[in-house]
Design a protein around this ligand. Sequence first.
Ligand code: ACO
Length: 401
Amino acid sequence: IDIKSLRSDTKGVVTLDPGYKNTGACESAITFLDGEKGILRYRGYAIEELAEKAHFLEVCYLLIFGELPTKTQLEKFHTDIKAQSHVDEDVKRILDGFPKAAHPMGVLSSLTSALVAFNPSSVNVDSEEDMYKAIVKILGKFPVLTAWTYRKRMGLPLDYGGDSLGYVDNFLKMMFKKPSGEYTTNETVLEALDKLLILHADHEQNCSTSTVRIVGSSHAGLFVSISAGIAALWGPLHGGANQAVIEMLEAIKEDGGDTKKFMAKAKDKDDPFRLMGFGHRVYKNFDPRAKIIKKAADDVLENLGIEDEILDIAKALEKEALEDPYFVDRKLYPNVDFYSGIIYRALGIPVEMFTPMFALGRLPGWIAQWREMRLNKEPIGRPRQIYTGETLRSFVSVEKR
Ligand code: ACO
């Protein structure tokens, strides 16, 4: 078979694969995932080792540029990001225009798109140097937009943390600094958030990442591609699951804590209810991130001295599901989002901000995948279809219909 001619002319042959369950859209050297064995690696490094030993900014660099940075490279990267972290004052006015109760994911997607208006040079990136400039800009500005979206909801003043803090610590400061200016780093909170961000940083061709690649493949700029990725992540079947999990656990608690009743609902095919935080398109054994997060949730609650009934309900659900033939047969295991919300809650992050936190973590993955797509000079993404509509019909004027 002449692959090249197949690529340019399908000769009427189209593969139909709804949901792209078996279709690869690209070659990628970023993330390795074996769903049967529960393996996840970024650029060859095991997720377990990165979560334990690395910091989020190092992982950003690793994902985007392919190697762990030297100390000098890391310092330069951080300095370049900090230099680009200010956003135009008009962006504040756009933020002010949103209703206070607007969902933060919608606000974030819009603001990220709006950044293009203030940074037009970020769109046409033909050299690696131009790409680098766009990358440090979005890495600098996105945490600011995320923290501001939260503070706007809370009616708190907006500002930019401080220059001396690390990337994640500075984000926490922007989020939680008291109106008096007071902020103290809590090491437990910082460590837990760093770990969560690393665990969310990339996951090969998931829904939002594929969206970023496909939007970017038309040579739309990095910022709008990421804005589209944020929109894709918002849905409850993807990143929005972390919010949906906590809402589900709360509902079970409110209802008296009968987990069996909700298990039965999840198995009932006439009931649209699904056990949120369970199941994964690729992991059919276990989600390695969920294992790490479950342990981190235990540690964080213990270190912060928090007792959360919701964690007990989550553990009961997991135990029942692991013994239930419905879940076992369909290989449905807790995914990354099953326990992440419990940690976010313990860190004082409100439930509507859970998915924006996921977006903050996934940002380097989106960037890395967009950069790889551009450097590989991939063609525009354009799936085919099988047409199932009417055959040729004659037009009938409105009077005669
Ligand atoms: N609760 C109950 N049943 C489920 C669940 C669930 N959470 N997930 C899948 N199933 C069932 C389906 O009803 C289907 O049953 P059937 O074979 O009898 O029809 C079977 O398991 C296969 O499910 P699909 O929806 O075909 O699997 P798919 O790979 O398309 O979907 C998804 C994966 C979207 C993650 C799904 O498992 C789900 O909706 N989970 C809940 C939402 C969630 O947690 N999403 C986060 C995913 S991780 C992430 O994006 C970060």
